[in-house]
Design a protein around this ligand. Structure first.
Ligand code: G3P
Ligand code: CA
Length: 273
């Protein structure tokens, strides 16, 4: 499955409207017509692949199982130290989240990647709509190997095992800021689409040299996008997909520059593009 001519990606599902990285958020993004679902994954103590952006409980919007809030200073809840059966008890959707005042609240847990894929595929079938891509971001950093996540080879393999078990190889893009993840995936699975996330000010060439190959897509922070960068990507036969763009004005500006896709917390805005 190819990337669409213009890729409309729901960031963490539809984070501006429903709790991030949850099944309801993914299904809402689907109903809003996205072509790709962006989601973040981490690994639990019992080696399950879960959706989560933060490696630890985020006191800004996540509750303890008993519904209590945690003060930032007392946060000792690390997902990699907990089994999934315990993580599932945390409520990650009821708490008012200041950054996203329009986000509808609901009691919901962190799902497994496998459950999300099942729910999305079933929803697509039920609504008789086109299959979507899963842009799976592996949250890994060299400084936190063994603390917040396994080493890249192990992390990548656990994710790829789910992708194979669910038979969604064609629908998957693996993305990361950590080039080691990409280097663990690409040689072993050359047909799997990969995307390099970039938020540094190094040049395009430096970032690609560090990676060591040309991925399907180069995914910079939107403030780093210039017409020249778009041209460089296209010259190398790569797409440029940018994040996280949350106003219509910025979306239009980036589209005029020729970007191939936008990742947004507000996939409802895509309709007006
Ligand atoms: O997909 C790009 C974007 O999600 C990267 O940043 O921190 O929101 O995962 P972050
Ligand atoms: Ca992400």
């Amino acid at each position: 499955m190819e990337l669409p001519a213009f890729d409309m990606e729901g960031h963490r599902g539809a984070r501006g409207l429903l709790p991030e990285n949850t099944i309801p958020s993914m299904l809402l993004a689907l109903d809003l017509g996205v072509t790709t679902l962006e989601l973040d994954v981490l690994i639990t103590k019992d080696e399950q692949v879960i959706l989560s952006h933060d490696p630890q409980l985020n006191p800004a919007y996540e509750f303890l199982p008993a519904g209590e809030a945690v003060a930032a200073a007392n946060n000792t809840y690390t997902w990699y130290d907990l089994n999934y059966s315990d993580i599932r008890k945390f409520d990650v959707g009821s708490r008012y989240y200041e950054e996203f005042p329009e986000q509808q609240k609901l009691q919901v847990h962190k799902p497994l990647l496998s459950e999300v894929i099942d729910a999305v595929q079933a929803h697509v079938k039920e609504r008789k709509r086109k299959p979507v891509l899963f842009n799976i971001e592996l949250k890994s950093e060299p400084e936190t190997d063994g603390k917040f996540h396994p080493r890249p080879e192990v992390f990548a393999q656990l994710v790829m095992d789910v992708v194979h078990e669910k038979q969604v190889q064609e629908q998957v893009i693996i993305q990361s800021f950590d080039v080691r993840i990409m280097q663990a995936v690409h040689p072993k699975y050359p047909h799997i689409k990969t995307a390099l996330l970039v938020e540094n000010s190094d040049s395009f060439e430096t970032n690609l040299q560090r990676l060591g190959y040309s991925p399907v897509s180069y995914n910079p922070w939107y403030k780093l996008v210039t017409p020249a960068l778009v041209a460089d990507c296209h010259q190398r036969g790569m797409k440029l997909i940018t994040w996280t763009v949350n106003t219509l004005e910025e979306m239009r500006h980036l589209k005029q520059m020729g970007v191939d896709g936008i990742i947004s917390d507000y996939p409802n805005l895509f309709r007006q593009l």
